[in-house]
Design a binder for this molecule. Structure first.
Ligand code: CA
Length: 235
C-alpha cells in the first residue's frame, strides 16, 4: 500500500510566457523540494491563483492576457500576505518602482542566477511564513522544535528525550500538523503495518508523547479528535 507522507509542501506559482525560462525555473525549484505550477499567461495565472493555495508567486512582467503589474494588483486584492517576486528583463528604476507599487515584495532581473532567486525565495518565505519553514532539517510548531539530523527535540528550549518510536510518531504528527491523522494513518506510516483495530498501541504511544511534550508546558499541542484520530496544532 502506498500512502503519501502528507508532507507540508511549499507551493509556488510561476507566471511566465517564455516556456523555456518557465520550465527551467520549474525544474530547479522542484529539485529544491518545492511544488510548482506554471501558467503561461496572466489571465490563466490569475485563475490558477484564485482556485489553488500557493505560498509564493513568481511573476514575469511582460505577459500576454494581463501583464505582471496588473496581475500583481489583482492578486493583492485577494491576498495581501503572499510573497511576490517579479521577474523581468527590464532593469530601469521606474519599472521597479511600478512593481513595488503593484505590491511586489522583491524583484529579479533577467538574466539571473538561479541561486540568487533561490535565496530571495527562502528569505521571503522565512519572513512571511510564521509556522513551518523547512530550515535545514527542522520541524517546528509553536515552541516545539524537532531536529531530524541531530534527533534533538526541544520545547521552549528544554531538551525532551524521546524513544525512537516516540520520535517517529512526533515526526509524523508534525509533518501533518494542523491536519487530523487517523489511527490507521499512524499505524501504516509509523509502524509500517495495519493494526488490528482493537489494539490501543497508538493511544498508549500518544499518551507517552503527551507526557513528554505537553504535560509540563503551558499550552497543549497534541489533541484528540474524538472518533477521528489526532491532530497537532497550536490550540
Ligand atoms: Ca515575458
Amino acid at each position: 500500500m502506498i500512502l503519501s507522507m502528507g508532507m507540508d509542501e511549499i507551493k509556488i506559482l510561476i507566471v511566465e510566457d517564455e516556456q523555456k525560462i518557465a520550465d527551467t525555473l520549474k525544474f530547479g525549484l522542484c529539485e529544491n523540494g518545492f511544488k510548482v505550477e506554471v501558467a503561461y499567461d496572466g489571465k490563466l495565472g490569475y485563475r490558477l491563483f484564485s482556485v489553488q493555495d500557493f505560498d509564493l508567486l513568481i511573476l514575469d512582467i511582460n505577459l500576454p492576457g494581463m501583464n505582471g503589474y496588473e496581475l500583481c494588483k489583482a492578486i493583492r486584492l485577494l491576498n495581501e500576505r503572499i510573497p511576490v517576486i517579479m521577474l523581468t528583463s527590464m532593469s530601469a528604476l521606474n519599472d521597479k518602482i511600478e512593481g513595488y507599487d503593484a505590491g511586489a515584495d522583491d524583484y529579479i532581473v533577467k538574466p539571473f542566477e538561479f541561486r540568487e532567486l533561490l535565496l530571495k525565495i527562502r528569505a521571503l518565505l522565512k519572513r512571511t511564513m510564521s509556522q513551518y519553514v523547512p530550515v535545514g532539517n527542522l520541524l517546528k510548531l509553536s515552541d516545539l522544535e524537532m531536529n531530524l539530523d541531530s534527533k534533538e527535540v526541544k520545547r521552549d528550549n528544554t531538551v525532551i528525550h524521546l524513544t525512537a518510536k516516540e520520535f517517529q510518531l512526533l515526526e509524523y504528527l508534525l509533518r501533518n500538523k494542523n491536519r487530523v491523522v487517523s489511527r490507521a494513518d499512524i499505524a501504516i506510516n509509523v509502524w509500517d503495518m495495519d493494526f488490528d483495530t482493537n489494539t490501543n498501541v497508538i493511544d498508549v504511544y500518544i499518551s507517552y508523547l503527551r507526557n513528554k511534550v505537553d504535560k509540563n508546558f503551558g499550552h497543549k499541542l497534541i489533541q484528540t479528535q474524538v472518533g477521528m484520530g489526532y491532530i497537532i496544532k497550536e490550540s
